[in-house]
Design a protein around this ligand. Structure first.
Ligand code: G4P
Length: 526
């Protein structure tokens, strides 16, 4: 198969949702329909048990189990699907953001009872930053949920994206009878069954035919005709380019637990979703079809085996063909590495692979050479852009408790930051260090791992900080003046970029007004 054919058959996407909307269930059902697993319950997901949320050891255990399901690849109807799992737990939101940089499109699950929830709003913002095409799956139609029109309105207003329903529910909850496909004018009737794996579609040649009344009842048929006429009038046919540009989200309705609507979603997804797309290396857009291999690391999983400090770096292939055993250029370290071990992820199994193509995710065994954002090429210099750090929410100062172990503490902190567990900010004045995270949990993780893996001990003292703002200015003199006047509040991030550590919202506003020539950024890429 040629490189172009290999690319054309691949689809790399992630499923996002607020916890409990049904991401795990949908993932599992997609794998069942794809034939990658044989029975439900076989996949342990990245889902973190809410009961365990204060017990991070338990969470680490669950994360360990979930490595194999971080990426699930399977073949379906001639396509190779790479499905990337994203942790639902909000304390691991950064992990999810980074995973989204490695996908070409997203399926967003919304609970029809709860509607759009906060975590989905945040994730959608990340999708919008990169114009990632989004399909929405409204789940749990077997329950009494909100009116479907209200749900569409809510997606449009809360997620700031236009919607385009491709299926429409007939009833809901107790009266749920199935969905009518506006995309291919067919009817899928609902039976509540967690076992049954077929989803039959009956083509409806004429929506006004009495056949429809027989199938779903007179009143329901009348209502459906009215809905379809209205929806056709408002939305018309879907322009796939609007979806591919990330401007319009096609919407499906279903019930994942009952295997309903899942096949319709999968089949339509394969027809409209994007092939692996290009990525920007420094300033240059690299096309997947370029002959030379390149890729970037978007996730690092440590503690694969507690006895050895080995890690697995997840790399997305961006262009060309990856071949195991080749020497590839590590652009940050400016040297070549021979990649002798690489794994692919097939549903629950990991297997050694010899080659991979754009869109594929491969796992590279790592003894500390990689950090998030690292780029491998066949010689070209530069870094794949698009993996920004976001301003953390919680900050603590690191206080070394054991002066004899200063080196270990520094090494430990630096490696944990490479993995993206948290962000470290080094203050310009004195040697103060602030660690920033999105959730409390990370501090427990860091403290435990520093002690157990590096023999270092540190306290993390709460700091009164609101945001870390990356700063820049067109006029270097203005930047120098700003730094001089705010010296105590200036730090550097892991790449040496300047950051203004703002203590409160009000103070930040005041500083912004007093120094309007400074640009304040809430992500590290601008
Ligand atoms: P998440 O990964 O997004 O956090 O959600 P998950 O799939 O774990 O689903 C959350 C809960 O919603 C689960 O119930 C799951 O069974 C249920 N669920 C998923 N899809 C549907 C659906 O189509 N209809 C209905 N009624 N429920 C659905 P749970 O009680 O939390 O867990 P479990 O004991 O069933 O596993």
């Amino acid at each position: 198969m040629s490189l172009t054919e290999e690319i054309a058959k691949r689809r790399t996407f992630g499923i996002i949702s607020h916890p409990d909307a049904g991401k795990t269930t949908l993932t599992e059902k997609l794998l069942l329909f794809g034939g990658a697993i044989q029975k439900a319950g076989a996949v342990k997901s990245n889902k973190i048990d809410m009961h365990a949320r204060s017990d991070w050891m338990e969470i680490e255990k669950q994360r360990g189990i979930s490595v194999a399901t971080s990426v699930m690849a399977f073949e379906y109807e001639g396509s190779k699907i790479n499905l990337l799992d994203t942790p639902g737990h909000q304390d691991f939101a950064e992990d999810t953001y980074r995973t989204l940089t490695a996908v070409d499109s997203v399926v967003m699950v919304v609970d029809c009872v709860k509607g759009v929830e906060i975590q989905t709003e945040k994730l959608m913002e990340v999708c919008r930053m990169r114009n990632t095409p989004v399909i929405s799956f409204i789940n749990k139609l077997d329950r009494e949920g909100q009116d479907p029109y209200d749900l569409l309105d809510e997606i449009e207003s809360k997620l700031d994206i236009k919607v385009h329903p491709l299926s429409w529910p007939i009833g809901m909850g107790k009266t749920f009878q199935g969905v009518y496909s506006l995309y291919d004018q067919s009817l899928r009737l609902f039976t509540a069954s967690q076992q049954q794996l077929h989803e039959e579609a009956t083509k409806i040649e004429d929506i006004n035919s009495p056949e429809l009344d027989q199938l779903i009842g007179e009143n329901e048929a009348a209502q459906l005709r009215e809905d379809v006429e209205f929806l056709d009038g408002v939305y018309g046919p879907l322009n796939p380019d609007d979806y591919l540009r990330g401007e319009i989200a096609p919407v499906f309705f279903g019930s994942a637990i009952n295997n309903f609507g899942v096949k319709e979603l999968l089949d339509t997804f394969l027809r409209i979703s994007p092939e692996p797309r290009g990525r920007v290396l420094d300033e240059r857009e690299v096309a997947p079809s370029e002959n030379k291999f390149s890729g970037f690391v978007f996730k690092i999983h440590a503690n694969m085996d507690p006895k050895h400090r080995n890690r697995l770096a997840f790399l997305r292939v961006c262009s060309g063909k990856f071949e195991r055993g080749s020497n590839y250029f590590h652009t940050r370290q400016d040297k070549k590495f021979r990649i002798s071990q690489a794994t692919a992820f097939m549903a629950q199994d990991k297997e050694t692979i010899d080659e991979a193509y754009p869109g594929d995710i491969i796992g590279l065994y790592d003894t500390g050479n990689f950090k998030i954002g690292d780029t491998l090429t066949e010689g070209e210099k530069g870094i794949y852009r698009g993996i920004p750090s976001f301003s953390p929410e919680i900050f603590r100062e690191v206080i070394n408790k054991d002066a004899m172990k200063t080196k270990q503490l520094e090494k430990g902190l630096s490696q944990l930051m490479d993995e993206g567990v948290a962000q470290l900010f080094n203050y310009e004045l004195g040697s103060r260090k602030a660690v920033g995270t999105v959730g409390q949990l990370q501090f427990e993780v860091i403290q435990y791992r520093l002690k157990n893996e590096y023999g270092a001990s540190a306290d993390f003292v709460p700091m009164q900080l609101y945001k870390a703002c990356w700063i820049s200015a067109d006029d270097p003199k203005k930047l120098d003046e700003f730094i001089a006047s705010k010296q105590r509040h200036i730090a550097k991030d892991k790449d040496g970029k300047l950051v203004f550590m703002a203590e409160s919202k009000a103070w930040l506003q005041m500083v912004q007004e007093n120094f309007p020539e400074i640009n304040y950024h809430f992500t590290s890429e601008f």
